[in-house]
Design a protein around this ligand. Structure first.
Ligand code: SF4
Length: 336
């Protein structure tokens, strides 16, 4: 059996940064360090940080007074930031700088007097965080058909922002529907926001041209991993989302010559290796990797409290440094 790995796959710069923030916080302040929500949507990552002393909570009310707390990569609403400040909880903000960029763009559009539309999935923590960062009402649109139901006059100046991990194709359809419905619409689309979402979906499209089955390594609650499975299925290749090798069903590859593997932005490479090991238990496997866009030049700066060169107070101040370090040649330019 041939196994072809998508490139890029797995961890993005926002996930690497978020995990590093928890690890460095544990080193600097000692356990326990509290983390609000799963730092990234992957059980393997969460369990390994728990073993090092991180405590995961869903609500700040579960955090004792004065305990160092990390906000997850998905971002939080203003109300959560305010609650932490009111209770004097020292916060390290692991919100991905590209999510912060969406918050900032949304605020900018509202300041221009536009009605804001968020394209995203209800209930996802990033969507709750983005809606909760904007002072005025935000209209959530999940599908093209939702656009017709918007309670907004067609000549209202509107602007849209998107959840960072959506399907680039689905988003394009929703944006086209907004442009048909409204006379004055501007916005920021996923393709312009998150290089990692765009690159992983492009890689799956390339993979789907040459494989019979696609295995997407990622968690069931990982938005970007679900989108990768959809991209594979939409391209006509049966695609399955699995957390690790233990969820692999040999029936999926029965009579198949070539299997493609990718991984969501929150899935570590060790889980890809685990899936390859599960395939090897069926027989001999030849592994190769597709050429694809390199991402090594993209990294996001850590909060100042956790950088080695900075001598700051022992307590985190609660605000992240959202600066982005991006080398030349990257597809994602600028700073947020
Ligand atoms: S998928 Fe994009 S927005 Fe989400 S954490 Fe990674 S880089 Fe940031």
């Amino acid at each position: 059996m041939r196994v072809i790995l998508a490139q890029p796959r797995g961890f993005c710069a926002g996930v690497v940064r978020a995990i590093e923030i928890v690890e460095r916080a544990l080193e600097k302040y000692g356990p326990p360090v509290y983390v609000r929500h799963e730092i990234v949507h992957n059980r393997h990552v969460v369990e390994s940080l728990k073993a090092k002393g991180a405590k995961f909570v869903e609500d700040l009310s579960e955090v004792p007074p004065g305990a160092v707390t990390v906000f997850s990569a998905h971002g939080v609403a203003r109300a959560v930031e305010d609650e932490a400040a009111a209770r004097d909880i020292p916060v390290l903000d692991a919100t991905c700088p590209l999510v912060t960029k969406v918050h900032n763009e949304g605020k900018r559009y509202v300041a221009q007097g536009r009605t804001l539309i968020l394209i995203g999935h209800a209930g996802h923590p990033e969507v709750e965080g983005t809606m909760g960062q904007i002072e005025t009402r935000v209209h959530l649109v999940q599908t093209e058909s939702d656009v017709a139901l918007l309670d907004v006059a067609v000549d209202t100046p509107v602007a849209y922002v998107t959840q960072t991990t959506l399907s680039v194709d689905d988003t394009r359809g929703i944006i086209a529907a907004l442009e048909r419905r409204f006379t004055d619409v501007i916005g920021l689309d996923t393709r312009d926001i998150c290089y990692a979402t765009q690159n992983r979906q492009t890689a799956v499209r390339e993979l789907s041209k040459i494989v019979d089955v696609i295995l997407v390594v990622g968690a069931k609650n990982s938005s970007n991993s679900n989108r990768l499975r959809e991209v594979g299925n939409d391209a006509g290749v049966p695609s399955y989302l699995i957390a690790d090798g233990s969820e692999f069903d040999p029936q999926w590859v029965h009579g198949v010559n070539t299997v493609g593997i990718t991984a969501g932005a929150s899935a570590p490479e060790v889980l890809v290796e685990d899936v390859i090991a599960a395939l090897r238990r069926l027989g001999s496997v030849e592994v190769s990797t597709l050429p694809g866009r390199g991402e090594n030049s993209i990294e996001f700066r850590l909060p100042a409290e956790l950088t080695p060169r900075t001598h700051t107070s022992a307590r985190p101040t609660g605000r992240a440094d959202p600066a982005i370090v991006i080398a030349r040649g990257s597809s994602q330019k600028g700073r947020t």
